[in-house]
Design a protein around this ligand. Sequence first.
Ligand SMILES: O=C(O)c1ccc[n+]([C@@H]2O[C@H](COP(=O)([O-])O)[C@@H](O)[C@H]2O)c1
Ligand SMILES: Cc1cc2nc[nH]c2cc1C
Length: 351
Amino acid sequence: MPTDTLVAWQPPTIAPVDRATETALRARIDGKAKPPGSLGRIEDLAVALGAIRHPAEPRCDNAVLMVFAGDHGLTAEGVSQYPSAVTVAMVMTYLAGKACANAFAAGSHVDVRVIDAGVAAELPNHPDLIDAKVRMGTGNAAREPAMTPDEAALALNRGAELAIAEIKAGAEIIALGEMGIGNTASSSLLLHRLGPAPLDACIGVGAGQDAPGMAKKRAAIEMAAARSAATAPFEVLCEFGGLEIAMMAGAILGAASQRRPVIVDGFIATAAALLAVRLAPAARGYCVFAHRSAERGHDLALQALEARPLLDLELRLGEGTGAILAIPLLRAAARLMTDVADLSDVLAGKL
Ligand SMILES: O=C(O)c1ccc[n+]([C@@H]2O[C@H](COP(=O)([O-])O)[C@@H](O)[C@H]2O)c1
Ligand SMILES: Cc1cc2nc[nH]c2cc1C
């Protein structure tokens, strides 16, 4: 890989979350009309959101789900139970408003954006589809790099630009989702190198691989790992992909640069968060982890990020479904800070 490109790509400037404000935020929450600590982890979430936005008040009413879609050359090795064609078919389903992500989003008043990061098909023009395609799917990482350094930089930058544009248009919180047949294999390789974590412990059934399929998936992932010894985060992305993962990592960096929280979904979104945090450690403070996925390896990814997820519902769908389910919790935490009276006023009969 040409080192000049490595030097050329830089993450956006991210201010570390101001931990010094946390004591004051905790005291403010302790003074609310409730016994101190009685809202448990919602109080921790309120402190985290308050610190992210300080001195502004935390607000999470305007939420946007960004679903990044991309294909993976690794599918040629049989890593997934499903063919790549399911990626484009699901993109069309999001655009028709008929996927699980749409249903959950509608229930929680969350806007959905669908982003073509690298689907291996020409997509029709559609008012709700953002064309950010870098290429028609990644290279087969078992045999060649998933993408060039220029493609990786483009995907990261486009993800950041898209998240920043959403924030400038009024989004107070960004939820991340993805769709990409084969992307759990790519995520396993990212986790293995960036966690780091033992390769076998990073591999799971994905969208539902059977036993013979798991043997193919393991062999392909081992082949990819043997092909490249990369451990530097940008190089690991180039070697193992994917485009939607790169764009999600970019979106995290972009939102963090605007001091806005990002809700991270399951295994693949967490691999993207790991990539973002290894590229720019200050991004970690802006990530809220929605749920513990049933996918093997997700716990290791969460541990690598010292993250405790909000929910544990045995989900393993992706497409941002877990992130959407966590949004009411973030909204409640933000409103605890902004809408709840002080106990001192209650006891003084001021209400
Ligand atoms: O979010 C998760 O934890 C998750 C776990 C397993 C599978 N998925 C979804 O399933 C697809 C990837 O599975 P696979 O087996 O094709 O690698 C991709 O579209 C993901 O959104 C998602
Ligand atoms: C049907 C289907 C829907 C999905 N949504 C996210 N990943 C998916 C994988 C499959 C296979």
